[in-house]
Ligand binder design. Structure first.
Ligand SMILES: NC(=O)c1ccc[n+]([C@@H]2O[C@H](COP(=O)([O-])OP(=O)(O)OC[C@H]3O[C@@H](n4cnc5c(N)ncnc54)[C@H](OP(=O)(O)O)[C@@H]3O)[C@@H](O)[C@H]2O)c1
Length: 317
């Protein structure tokens, strides 16, 4: 099968398209034919290993000290179950699935074996039936992040919520979810993304490239930093002072992402009910993975960047 190998940490050019052996599922695994994967912020950290020391050491201990222990990287997938081991109960051949591979990685390939149970090595669920495989990868990564960290706000109808970094993969879903929960939502992004963020349900938008502080007196019941601690601005620092007395500030980097198939089921429900929609910025082929990594590494993707493994059409529903 075709796969992208990452033989060492480094620049996007370290990634190589290779021919490797197709995996065979064990009794407690499913074999997924992958139709789409994604290039996420996490993939960039894994491939480049460019991280502050407090993140770098734990990451290298888990992923490999001098090079990735799993040579095929990739964290997100959507595809179809091609075969199942004899102990599999949740899935059957032909099921359309989406999920994360966690520390198991391996999503930059035509096939991947996964267990049906949640663990640090992934979570898998039936994909929403009204979106493409490519959109499903955005829903899995952005959805799991947005649902987990926005959920910490326990947002009530009529409350004021601010999403800092509203135009990224998790931010675009967090805006829609906060809006659905009945919050009055403010989205922070750069000039190019103001219209997108408004269209997703933000009542107010603030451009962090033009404004260094929120209006005096502005207060929020909940603030979500959806871009993480490594991306900041003067405005972000000022946001931390703009909480109501019981207000809460949460960073998407506070604690680990839960790989939770029940949450994927909930995201599916929300998407099928039309409450949220995943946003795709660009779609590449597996052959163009280096270009996709170069683009995502710039840090300005709008929604998600996906890799389609479907030939000709580029997208199937
Ligand atoms: N807790 C965990 O276990 C865990 C797991 C995975 C990821 N994460 C975190 O989640 C983060 C978000 O990932 P993501 O894929 O959703 O984000 P993302 O898509 O990589 O974010 C891209 C967006 O960030 C915006 N941006 C860039 N610099 C900014 C700045 N200084 N201020 C405000 N916005 C800025 C860009 O908008 P403009 O073009 O408008 O600048 C772009 O739309 C990751 O970076 C990581 O820190 C945490």
């Amino acid at each position: 099968m075709k796969a992208i190998i990452c033989p060492k940490y480094g620049r996007p050019e370290v990634l190589q398209l290779s021919e490797v052996e197709k995996p065979t599922p064990k009794d407690n695994e499913v074999l997924i034919k992958i139709y789409a994967t994604a290039v996420t912020a996490s993939d960039i950290f894994i491939r480049s290993s460019k991280l502050p020391i407090q993140f770098l050491i734990p990451m290298r201990l888990v992923l490999g000290l001098t090079k990735p222990r799993k040579s095929i990287i990739g964290l997100v997938l959507s595809g179809e179950i091609e075969s199942v081991g004899k102990d599999i109960k949740r899935f059957k051949i032909g099921d359309q699935v989406y999920g994360l591979t966690g520390f198991g990685l391996g999503a930059y390939a035509e096939y991947k074996c996964m267990k049906e149970t949640d663990s640090m090595r992934g979570c898998l669920a039936i994909k929403p039936n009204n979106i493409s495989y490519e959109e499903a990868t955005v829903a899995a990564y952005g959805g799991l992040l947005a649902f987990q960290y926005l959920g910490k706000g326990n947002i009530q109808r009529g409350q004021k919520a601010l999403i800092y970094g509203a135009s990224g993969t998790s931010g675009t879903i967090a805006i829609q979810l906060a809006n659905y929960l009945g919050a009055k939502v403010t989205g922070v992004c750069s000039s190019a993304n103001l219209d997108l963020v408004k269209s997703l349900g933000a009542e107010t938008v603030v451009d962090y490239t033009k404004v260094d502080a929120l209006d005096p007196g502005a207060q929020y019941d909940f603030i979500l930093d959806a871009v993480g601690k490594l991306k900041t601005s003067k405005l972000k620092e000022s946001c931390k002072q703009a909480l109501t007395p019981n207000g809460k500030y949460v960073s998407i980097d506070d604690g680990g992402l839960l790989l939770d198939s029940k949450r994927l089921d909930l995201i599916k429900e929300f998407i099928e009910a039309g409450r949220i929609k995943p946003i795709i910025d660009k779609c590449y082929s597996l052959e163009d993975i280096v270009e996709a990594h170069r683009y995502v590494e710039q840090g300005h993707k709008k929604g998600g960047v996906v890799i389609s493994l479907v030939e000709q059409t580029g997208s199937i529903g």
